[in-house]
Design a protein around this ligand. Structure first.
Ligand code: ASP
Ligand code: MG
Length: 405
């Protein structure tokens, strides 16, 4: 008898029909002789409407009350799913995060899990119940309700799988798994059967938003093997686990495109110590995250500094930097959203030389200009014109032989 943790996201429980579909799947898992713990999200759209509602009564909703409010989203789903299961004749019981023993710190709306004592979960499992737990929530040692940040029910599922020592952890979503590229851009992208935690983290950070990044980090730390798969069919998904020797044989695991970037450039910056520090301190104080940074070689004592930010932060970056530009005697600060970040990811690049060369040659062969470059041990990113992004992604996907066969 295996102990299986299944997590169903918002779209998988988005309406009563889908909740009944999930109930069928849970029942089938139980009938196959397994113990089942189910972690659910709020029905799709519910968390967003609760946030909207809160803002209608308070411009900046107090965070403690926000958590009390948002936790109702998941609480609705656990009750409905437990009812649907009982309607099918199954033994099932719902538990809030607190009832399931999930204890967090007191950082409301973005709490961290401190520990899990799943005593009730085990009791219910032992008496033959499917245990339905509210994702995204916990409580402080003092008994205040907390939530774990947007997308946090992924984290709940992984943490619960670790706490109950599950044999299998399945993350059910509305896609079949993780692909070598976004199938909407590259129709012959193929499903990745196995991916390492680090590759999954890079892909998540690059915009393939299959899972909350924090939950992947948690899985890596506690070595929780999990599978990302669809709740709408029975296809096997993508297994995410610690890297194996075999994984390194593949040069590149996937290609990702992020079109939601903007480039900020400060031109005519005096080339002397302390300037970059001033610029980036200003950006940091404005709570703007930066990504790729390039500083040109100086000519005649001045240089240009460019960096990328999320496109929603472009205007704000220019605004906060305007006084700095005056102060340091630079010429001007400008921003453009007409760029994209194209990345290749794979632990295989640690042992296969020539990945960067192949990527740049492929771009050159397609007359695509590279604006900026950044690399990590398992990733190479280039900033290119937005208009070139999809063509470039297809060319690179082909060049590394990632297309489905
Ligand atoms: N309901 C929460 C959200 O929408 C948590 C989750 O779905 O994972 O962010
Ligand atoms: Mg989600």
């Amino acid at each position: 008898m295996a102990l299986i943790v299944q997590k169903y996201g918002g779209t998988s429980v988005g309406n009563p029909e889908r909740i009944k579909n999930v109930a069928q799947r849970v029942l089938a898992t139980q009938q196959a002789g397994n113990q089942v713990v189910v972690v659910v999200s709020a029905m799709s759209g519910v968390t967003d409407s609760l946030i909207k509602l809160a803002k209608e009564v308070h411009a900046e909703p107090p965070e403690r009350e926000m958590d009390v409010l948002l936790a109702t989203g998941e609480q609705t789903t656990i009750a409905l799913l437990a009812m649907a299961l009982q309607g099918l004749g199954a033994k099932a019981a719902s538990l809030t995060g607190a009832q399931a023993g999930i204890v967090t710190d007191g950082l409301h709306t973005k709490a961290k899990i401190a520990n899990i004592t799943p005593k009730r979960v085990h009791e219910l499992l032992d008496s033959g119940h499917a245990v339905i737990i509210a994702g995204f929530q916990g409580e402080t040692p003092e008994g205040h309700i907390t939530t774990l940040g947007r997308g946090g029910s992924d984290l709940s599922a992984i943490a619960i799988a670790a706490a109950v020592k599950a044999d299998v952890c399945q993350i059910y979503t509305d896609v079949d798994g993780v692909y070598t590229a976004d199938p909407r851009i590259i129709p012959d992208a193929k499903k990745i059967l196995e991916i390492s935690y680090d590759e999954m983290l890079e892909m998540a950070a690059l915009g393939s938003k299959v899972m909350q990044a924090r939950s992947v980090e948690f899985a890596k730390k506690f070595n929780v093997v999990f599978e990302v798969r669809s709740s709408f069919n029975n296809n096997p998904g993508t297994i995410v686990k610690a890297e194996t020797q075999k994984m390194e044989d593949v040069v590149i695991r996937g290609v990702a495109v992020d079109k939601k970037q903007a480039k900020v450039t400060i031109a005519g910056v005096p080339d002397k110590p302390g300037i970059a520090a001033k610029v980036f301190k200003t950006i940091a104080d404005a709570h703007i995250n930066i990504d790729v940074i390039v500083q040109n070689v100086s000519a005649n004592g001045t240089t240009d500094i460019s960096f990328t930010v999320g496109d929603t932060d472009a205007a704000k970056s220019v605004k906060v930097l305007q006084p700095v530009v005056k102060d340091i005697g630079a010429r001007e600060v400008t921003a453009t959203g007409e760029i994209a970040k194209l990345s290749v990811v794979g632990i295989g690049m640690r042992s296969h030389p020539g990945v960067a060369a192949k990527m740049f040659e492929t771009l050159a062969g397609n007359s695509i200009n590279i604006g900026m470059i950044s690399t990590s041990e398992i990733k190479i990113s280039v900033i290119i014109a937005l208009a070139d992004a999809e063509k470039a992604a297809r060319a690179i996907h082909d060049a590394f032989g990632l297309a489905g066969k």
